[in-house]
Design a protein around this ligand. Structure first.
Ligand code: ELE
Length: 213
């Protein structure tokens, strides 16, 4: 099974901004406790890679990937840290080529038909639809995805998705999983609100289970 198939089984991807590497394991444990052993650690903070590496090394049950991967170097850094997949808010063919060479499954960001075609040309299996809500929400995704249904491309809407709108997004057959920061916000992590994170993870997992029957 491809890593994006594994990810799709959860239906929801916690997008993480990690300020301190020492928060990585308690965060992973909270997500595991909530039944959501999955995280996209965004490479936006100096300690993100170290935190990702901690999770990959010490919590092998977690499916951990890197987000906000913007450069060729970051492809290799993410892979070396143990990322099983990578995503980015936008699309950069040079980064995609590098990821392919490194064997790191990569979902680039798209918000236009042109970008979808760039992703298809690069052989991507999944793309991030970013910024999902400000760009035009479900109506835009439906319209953009329509010409490419036959390709089997999957979408990961992220940016403005919430627990309340999760179900609407997952009702679209092309949506493999939504992404969002609400499950473990930067403030939750900074204050060590591990129980709250576990609770939000569990609520999201329960909702996905209910929706998918
Ligand atoms: O950095 C990336 O790889 C991204 O895709 C951006 C994040 O997914 C958004 O920042 C999500 O933000 P929320 O709207 O708070 O859920």
């Amino acid at each position: 099974m491809s890593v994006f198939h594994e990810l799709a089984r959860f239906g929801v991807v916690p997008v993480i901004v990690l300020d301190r590497a020492e928060d990585a394991l308690p965060l992973a444990d909270a997500l595991i406790a909530g039944g959501l052993p999955l995280a996209e650690i965004t490479l936006r903070t100096p300690q993100a890679l170290a935190g990702l590496a901690e999770i990959a090394r010490h919590r092998p049950a977690m499916l951990v990937g890197a987000g906000t991967v913007l450069t060729e170097d970051q492809v290799h850094e993410a892979k070396a840290a143990g990322a099983r997949f990578a995503l980015s808010p936008g699309i950069d063919p040079l980064v995609l080529t590098e990821a392919q060479g490194a064997g790191l499954p990569f979902a680039p960001g798209i918000a236009t038909a042109t970008e979808v075609q760039m992703a298809l040309r690069a052989g991507c299996e999944m793309v991030k639809f970013f910024p999902a809500v400000p760009a035009g929400g479900i109506a835009l995704l439906k319209s953009i995805a329509a010409p490419y249904v036959h390709t089997g491309l999957g979408y990961n809407p992220t940016g403005g998705v919430t627990a309340e709108t999760l179900g609407d997004w997952l009702a679209l057959p092309q949506v493999r999983a939504v992404g969002g920061t609400w499950i473990a916000t930067q403030a939750d992590i900074a204050t060590g609100a591990w129980e709250a994170i576990a609770h939000k993870a569990r609520a999201a997992v329960d909702l996905v289970t209910r929706l998918r029957g």
